[in-house]
Each structure stands twice: as C-alpha cells, then as structure tokens.
Design a protein around this ligand. Structure first.
Ligand SMILES: [Mg+2]
Length: 220
C-alpha cells in the first residue's frame, strides 16, 4: 500500500460510530430492540458485524421488508437511549481525543459525516466534550454518497486536500464518490477483509497509526 502524505490533508471528515466512538454495544442493543419489536431473531456481536451495512435503509429493506423507516428509526432511538451499555463504557475510542487535538494543533478543519441519528449524535458529542472540534456535523445522513459533494461544495474544500475516515465500506465508497482521500479504520464495525473490498487509500488499526505518519512527515 502506498505511503500517503497525510500531512497534506487540510480537511478531515470523520465518520462517528466505530471511528471516533466505541458505540457498537449500544448500536447492537438498539438494533436488537428493533428486531424484537418486529419479531425477528436478535443479532450477536459477530452476526451484526458480518451482516450490517450502510446505507442502513438497504440493510433494513432486506431484513425487515416493508417496514416504515421513520417508525423503525423511532424504535432504534428508544433502544439506543435505553441501552444498558449507555453510561457504562466511555464511548470515545482510544486515541480519538489525542488525534482530534493533534489535528487542531496543526490547524486542520474537521467535519462529521455520520448515519447516526442526529439527536443521538449531538447529545453524545456534547456529553463527550468533542463537538467543538468540528466545523460542521452532518448526522442522520442516510446515504453519505448523496451528501459528500454538497459538504465539499458548501465548505469550499479542495478535494485533493480532503480525506474521509471511516470504519465501513460505505465510508470508503463515499470518499471515492466524492473524489477525496479514504482512510479505513479497524476500530469499528467491519474487518480488514470487508474493508479491503472497497480499496481504501489507507487501512490502519487505529488513529494512532495516522498520528505516527504525521509525525514522520515534516509539518509545512
Ligand atoms: Mg462507522
């Protein structure tokens, strides 16, 4: 895999779940709350990681055909709020805060592009005290590919100097669709084999690996 000049990226767009926060347990609880409501079998952690995909309407169209998406999202929000995992585990991933601070100190612009329910995202980001890092946050985005061009245009970003970081194939596909760099992380919902299928520019174990690449590159 080629060595990316990560220091050359001025604009860093982050996915949220599995990229900055460890909310997999909460998302599985919420998903199983949905499954129970519609009398479907619950998912284990492994089956969720193998089967769940974005855009989530495609996933739910397959497992819960004909179910109204707004109604389904209501059940998801309830399950998410009631999750026993909530409040037990600090959902910020290792290295996430350190990495955001690193980018801030280098004067980089940061954004959020997430499918996570917008209310849940804003509450979480505020609770964790990380919301101030982001120039803008686009949450509750059903298909990120449909949002990426608008995000780039709205903020006048140079695609050559912009990168999207995420933990799912849909994130990598979105970066490619937007003509920007793609970094896939193994801290979230999909494994290396799944992520490699979308051919990210870079695949790393966690954010500390990217920080190390920063430090190996002289700042400009
Ligand atoms: Mg994610």
């Amino acid at each position: 895999m080629k060595q990316l000049d990560v220091g050359g990226y001025e604009n860093w767009i982050f996915d949220w779940s599995g990229t900055l926060v460890d909310d997999l347990a909460m998302v599985i609880d919420a998903t199983n709350h949905v499954m129970r409501h519609y009398q479907k079998p619950e998912l284990t952690r492994e089956s969720f990681r193998m089967e769940f995909r974005l855009p989530y309407m495609d996933y739910y169209a397959e497992v819960l055909p004909g179910v109204d998406l707004d109604e389904l999202e209501e059940h998801f929000r309830k399950g998410f709020a009631d999750s026993e995992a909530s409040g037990v585990v600090s959902p910020l991933l290792d290295h996430a805060l350190d990495f955001l601070k690193e980018l801030q100190s280098r004067g980089k612009q940061m954004f959020i592009l997430s499918s996570m329910d917008a209310q849940a995202y804003h509450k979480h980001a505020a609770d964790l005290g990380v919301d101030h890092f982001f120039e803008a946050a686009y949450a509750g985005v059903l298909d990120k590919r449909e949002q990426i061009h608008q995000l780039i245009a709205t903020h006048g970003l140079d695609p050559e100097k912009t990168v999207f970081l995420g933990d799912m194939q849909h994130d990598v596909d979105t970066a490619k669709h937007g003509g920007i760099g793609s970094i896939a992380l193994l801290t979230g919902y999909q494994n290396a084999q799944q992520l490699s299928e979308s051919c990210p520019d870079l695949l790393v174990d966690d954010l500390s690996e990217i920080k190390k690449m920063f430090n190996d590159t002289p700042s400009q």
